[in-house]
Design a protein around this ligand. Structure first.
Ligand SMILES: *Cc1c(COP(=O)(O)O)cnc(C)c1O
Length: 466
């Protein structure tokens, strides 16, 4: 695309397009980068720059770009039946086949799925289902759902209420009532500074959950919702002690466990579900993103027998659903995506080869002066940026994370920043050579950031701001 065409699109974008999770005014000043096409693990912008997509879009393009099989699955289904709904006792082959496939991959006690159009809608569905479940069980008082600070469960009103993102709660509230949050198992951010051992910290976080249950009253708590590994919060891998202790607390008080698999599902952690990696036996699992490798929008909730049997046997009509629940083209693409993942052994390769290889190479970045911790699990990873002088966080005003993200883009790698935590979540079909390239480019970005920060003191930043 010519430079003038790029400029024209940027002008129109500025004039008419309100982007998600964006400071509209500052984007208008800077102008958007226009992504025009993609192949494999690379995206290509309108200036012809080839950029390694270290985030798989938004944690979703697990099979990589340009998969003709997925394009064909969509086209065939669009010819056959572009739309029909699953309301009023009707359905269509792709929805049924996808449901069967999902259940075959899910833990044994999960045999039903409710389809949605996205991960946020899946979590809206979760909230309705858990409250409905307890009402049917004759315990309508069990209404509270406990989530976690800095958890992410989507951006609809219920999704953002279940999530624990303070900046989201501050806008457009009040949140949905009956939702409370407990501390997150983020050792580097919250345990390390107190000199705590990670496992002791993990137990303390589980104890905080128990304390919250007792505060609200066991008879009032419906469910606990959490991501196996927090994604949007900063690729936060909990200490080993955390999940077993949380499970024990939930069992003790008869509280449903909702494991948000929107990111961790479909191979990200080297198993089909994060719940399998951590042996969680959830009652409900919201899914989306990698379900279709992001080629078309689709989500859902996998429902365990305990909840499903009650909803089916005792529930009557469940007054909930979406026009695009189980959309035929989306379902056909998701089904093909899962078949390809199985046929190509994608999940096993992440577990046995690529995950360990990333851990080794990514771990090497831990020796960089700016890096306080380099962690990864499967194909999700994070770097904690710290001031080399002190080993502590930088002054927030420096915006070290955003600086590093911009340098990363410039060096040909999409790496996202969450505060001063750099995160990656590349396509699951990335090769070892491409992992090498990803790590080299991340190091180049760290070097460039280090240089910039060395000549930029907090005073200079403040000067430039006034
Ligand atoms: C992205 C995400 C969601 C929301 O999914 P959308 O499809 O954007 O609505 C929910 N939960 C988790 C863990 C996510 O990462």
């Amino acid at each position: 695309m010519s430079a003038s065409k790029t400029g024209q699109l940027q002008r129109l974008d500025r004039a008419h397009h309100l982007h998600p999770f964006t400071d509209f005014k500052s984007l208008a000043e800077e102008g958007s980068r226009i992504i025009e096409r993609a192949e494999g693990v690379y995206i290509i912008d309108s200036e012809g720059n080839r950029i390694l997509d270290g985030m798989a879009g938004l944690w979703c393009v697990n099979l990589g770009y340009g998969r003709e099989e997925l394009v064909a699955a969509a086209a065939e289904q669009m010819h056959q039946l572009p739309y029909y709904n699953n309301f009023f006792k009707t359905t269509h082959p792709p929805a049924v086949q996808l449901a069967e496939k999902l259940v075959s991959l899910a833990p044994e006690h999960m045999n039903r799925v409710f389809f949605t159009g996205s991960g946020s809608e899946a979590n809206d569905t979760v909230l309705r289902m858990v409250r409905r479940y307890w009402a049917l069980k004759g315990k309508p008082g069990k209404q509270w759902v406990i989530g976690r600070e800095n958890g992410y469960h989507g951006s609809t009103v219920a999704g953002m209420s279940l999530g624990g993102m303070a900046p989201m709660h501050e806008q457009g509230g009040p949140c949905v009532p009956g939702i409370s949050h407990v501390r997150q198992p983020y050792w580097f951010g919250e345990g390390r500074s107190q000199g705590q051992d990670p496992d002791a910290f993990g137990l303390e976080c589980a104890a905080a959950l128990e304390a919250k249950i007792l505060e609200l009253g066991e008879e009032n708590v419906a469910a606990f919702i959490a991501e196996p590994v927090q994604g949007a919060g900063g690729a936060i891998i909990p200490p080993q002690s955390y999940w077993p202790a949380v499970k024990a607390v939930l069992d003790k008080y008869d509280i449903l466990l909702v494991v948000d698999e929107v990111i961790c599902g479909f191979g990200r952690l080297g198993e089909w579900f994060g719940s399998v990696h951590y042996d969680l036996e959830p009652d409900l699992m919201p899914i989306a993103k990698g379900l279709s490798s992001g080629y078309l929008p689709i989500g859902g909730v996998l429902v365990g027998d305990r909840v499903a049997d009650t909803l089916i046997e005792e529930g009557g009509e469940f007054f909930h659903g979406f026009t695009y629940s189980g959309h035929p083209a989306c379902a056909a693409v998701a089904l093909r995506n899962l078949e390809l993942m199985e046929a190509e052994g994608v999940v096993e390769r992440v577990r046995d080869d690529l995950g360990p290889y990333l851990a080794e190479r990514w771990g090497e970045l831990g020796d960089h002066p700016l890096v306080g911790e380099a962690r990864s699990l499967g194909l999700v990873g994070a770097l904690e940026l710290v001031d080399p002088e002190t080993g502590e966080r930088f002054d927030k005003a420096l915006g070290a994370g955003n600086l590093c993200r911009d340098h990363s883009f410039a060096s040909g790698l999409v790496m996202r920043s969450v505060g001063d935590t750099m995160i990656i979540s590349p396509p699951l079909v990335i090769s070892r050579e491409e992992i090498d390239e990803l790590v080299d480019k991340a190091r180049a970005a760290l070097d460039a950031t280090h240089q910039r920060l060395a000549v930029t003191t907090p005073d200079k930043i403040k000067e430039s701001l006034t």
